[in-house]
Design a protein around this ligand. Structure first.
Ligand SMILES: C[S@@+](CC[C@H](N)C(=O)[O-])C[C@H]1O[C@@H](n2cnc3c(N)ncnc32)[C@H](O)[C@@H]1O
Length: 299
């Protein structure tokens, strides 16, 4: 497809505007580590000019050289032509302030957990009591690794059914030099574990059959099994709720992302006193239950 080429001798600020306009005109979805066409454009510009997205200041007035402009144009074209999330094109995603390696074997990190982990779930979780942590359905390992960074004295177990996703998580554990504190296990939910935890986190598959058919193309580039949650989106969440009491210490806490399945979850479990953690976009997506509440419900 022919489109207007990026112009030479323009500062990044202007080039980002040109890219934003082209991205907005294309049938794209923005929600994989970025939330808008402008953010995708800025990420392309900074990547092509070797400006690390983890830094605080960017040189918006920099005029890219020919090679950098060519790299920008190539990324813009690929993003539009393939409808792949930019994170896959760059093999990079940012989550909870950390950089992660990503490829199509695991979904792009973007969980609401990214808002709460750097805050150590304050005031909901007693930090001093958190020594052993479990991350179920770890995918790229982003939640497990961010938890290990946020809770410095802790050890983190992480489970994942997909060997492919686990290979990505392995790469990230290595890149973050956390081999001694983050331990990866392949298996269905808790099946590979035999101990109790102070904090269990999970971002499981929770998309219902109906919603699966309506996902934007970018989601189709990601592993299907990361999303499929059955009729209501609650198949895996239901098993998780049933098994969690056996893996929580008496003062333990369970925090789970259920996104679009939140209302169905409340309807299915009227006996559970869910606490919904706030999110920047005011979504009802992340719930918390403690061990006592789960045991009393006796699911
Ligand atoms: C929504 S993704 C979350 C990945 C990662 N935690 C994140 O936030 O980016 C759900 C993950 O659960 C994995 N999964 C699916 N069924 C599972 C099961 N029964 N047991 C363990 N992991 C499972 C998928 O392969 C996928 O990586």
């Amino acid at each position: 497809m022919s489109r207007t080429a990026l112009q030479i001798n323009l500062p990044l600020e202007a080039l980002i505007g040109q890219m934003e306009a082209q991205l907005e005109a294309a049938p794209l979805f923005f929600g994989h580590s970025t939330t808008s066409a402008w953010e995708d454009a800025a990420w392309i510009a900074m990547h092509a000019t070797d400006q690390d997205m983890g830094q605080d200041e960017f040189d918006w007035q920099l005029i890219p050289n020919a090679a950098q402009l060519q790299s920008m144009q190539a990324l813009l074209d690929q993003r539009i032509d393939t409808q792949k999330p930019l994170a896959y094109l760059l093999n990079e995603a940012w989550f909870a302030g950390h950089r992660f390696y990503v490829d199509e074997r695991a979904i792009v990190p973007r969980s609401y957990f990214g808002e709460w982990i750097p805050e150590q779930f304050s005031p909901w979780v007693d930090i001093s009591g958190v020594k052993r942590i479990l991350d179920l359905c770890t995918g790229s390992g982003c939640i497990a690794i961010a938890l290990a960074h946020a809770f410095e004295g802790s050890t983190v177990d992480a489970t994942e059914l997909s060997a492919d996703a686990l290979a990505v998580a392995q790469e990230n554990v290595k890149r973050h030099n956390l081999q001694s504190r983050v331990h990866l296990h392949q298996g269905d939910l808790f099946s590979s574990l035999n101990q109790r935890y102070d904090l269990i986190c999970a971002n499981p598959p929770y998309i219902s059959h109906d919603r699966m058919d309506k996902l934007p193309t970018e989601f189709l580039r990601e592993p299907d099994m990361a999303f499929r949650g059955g009729d209501l989106g609650l198949d895996i969440v239901a098993r998780l709720l049933q098994q969690a009491p056996d893996y929580l210490n008496d003062d333990g806490v369970l925090i789970v992302e259920v996104g679009t399945a939140a209302l169905d979850l409340e309807a299915q479990y009227p006996q559970l006193p869910f606490t919904w953690l706030s999110t920047d976009d005011e979504a009802m997506a992340l719930f918390m239950l403690n061990a006592a509440q789960l045991r009393e419900a006796d699911l």
